[in-house]
Design a protein around this ligand. Structure first.
Ligand SMILES: Nc1ncnc2c1ncn2[C@@H]1O[C@H](COP(=O)(O)OP(=O)(O)OP(=O)(O)O)[C@@H](O)[C@H]1O
Ligand SMILES: [Mg+2]
Length: 348
């Protein structure tokens, strides 16, 4: 997560996932879910990771927080999207306490912005021959200010600003940790952004965000059947809106092929940064992961197992929350990852 000097520091934070289709609130206490709330956003309130309509986003945050009845004002939020600059860099080995400064110095060579215009987050990926490999993520301060702004406008404090992909990884480590030691590709497909985080032994070794998501399916259905976006969205979710599932199939299949090509590109980038590392399986999160047939399609295309994220596998969920947890399923993965964060708990 980013080290942001102007944020206050206390504990007791909750996860506030400001997605492009919905705001999700998750609060954990130990291994129990204590608060959960969702509120949907109008389709254009957030586009490509940028807040276009702040008042709608503020309202949705208040709504989700109200429904959850969280007993705290301290939120951990995440950022995602194409403006995140994610690079693998190598620096000479330094003591951990000097790492942040060393990363800052090195990052200047890799980031197309002035270093004082960005916040940096990083993970140590490996160490060898006196060198350290890192993935460094830079985000424009202006983007963080935009997100922190709506959070504060909603009467909350942003305590932690994380990267959605890393939150996803943190969540996975709690719930589905991989014993076999092979690399796992975590892919969160939301409404508009696909976040990929490849983990090996619990550490992110690669990350990439691209603009692709459930909205691509909805737009394709709307175009193909010449129906409005809202109706196409409902049809995709299997609701009875006078459109048969069969009539959706051509649009769904063509977008799934595009999706698979995007996964291909991501894996190609990964292969170009990692020395012949094999990805053993894919774990799909985000609302789009629930699209019927998608896990099977990707699994047969890639020849590796594709599982759904289970963000509450190791979390106690009371009966009062189980219905929402069941319906939202893998779309809560990032919110759970954010809920696991506490200020200052960066593990490098
Ligand atoms: N059962 C389902 N079948 C198909 N698609 C679904 C289903 N449930 C949700 N979706 C889709 O998942 C998307 C929303 O997922 P999610 O809540 O993860 O997105 P988000 O976090 O708001 O967006 P992003 O992370 O891209 O900013 C929407 O496109 C929605 O249509
Ligand atoms: Mg999301």
């Amino acid at each position: 997560m980013f080290n942001i000097p102007f944020l206050r520091r206390t504990s007791d934070t909750f996860g506030l996932d400001i997605g492009s289709s919905a705001v999700k609130v998750v609060q954990l206490q130990g291994s129990s879910l204590v608060a959960l709330g969702l509120a949907s956003l109008p389709p254009d309130a957030i586009a490509e990771g940028t807040i276009k309509d702040p008042p709608s986003v503020v309202d949705a945050i208040k709504d989700a927080v109200g429904r959850a009845a969280v007993g705290s004002k301290e939120a951990a939020i995440g950022v995602s999207g194409r403006e995140l600059i994610i690079k693998k860099v190598q620096i000479p080995e330094v003591p951990m306490k000097e790492l942040r400064d060393a990363v800052q110095l090195e990052a200047e060579h890799h980031i197309p912005f002035a270093i004082d215009e960005v916040f940096l987050d990083y993970h140590v990926v490996g160490r060898h021959d006196g060198a350290m490999d890192l993935i460094v993520v830079a985000v424009k301060k202006s983007k963080v200010v935009e997100y922190v702004g709506v959070v504060e406008e909603a009467g909350l404090n942003a305590m932690v600003v994380d990267v959605d992909g890393f939150a996803l990884g943190n969540q996975f480590e709690l719930n589905q940790q991989n014993e076999r030691g092979e690399a796992v590709a975590l892919i969160d497909i939301g409404a508009s952004i696909m976040k990929t985080n490849v983990l090996r032994g619990g550490t992110p070794i690669f990350a990439r965000d691209i603009p692709f998501g459930g909205n691509n399916y909805t737009h394709a259905i709307a175009q193909h059947l010449k129906i409005p976006f809202d109706q196409a969205e409902s049809a995709k979710l299997g609701r009875d809106v006078g459109v048969s599932w069969e009539s959706l199939v051509p649009a769904l299949e063509s977008v799934s092929r595009e999706l698979s090509l995007e996964v291909q590109r991501t894996f190609d980038y990964f292969a170009s940064t990692a020395d012949s590392e094999r990805i053993g399986k894919i774990v799909l999160a985000g609302g789009c992961a629930q699209l019927p047939g998608l896990t099977d399609y990707l699994s047969s295309t890639w020849g590796i197992p594709v599982e759904l994220a289970q963000p509450f596998a190791r979390i106690d969920v009371s009966s009062g929350h189980s219905e929402v947890v069941g319906a939202a399923g893998p779309s809560l993965a990032v919110a759970v990852g954010l809920a696991l964060r506490q200020p200052g708990d960066k593990n490098e």
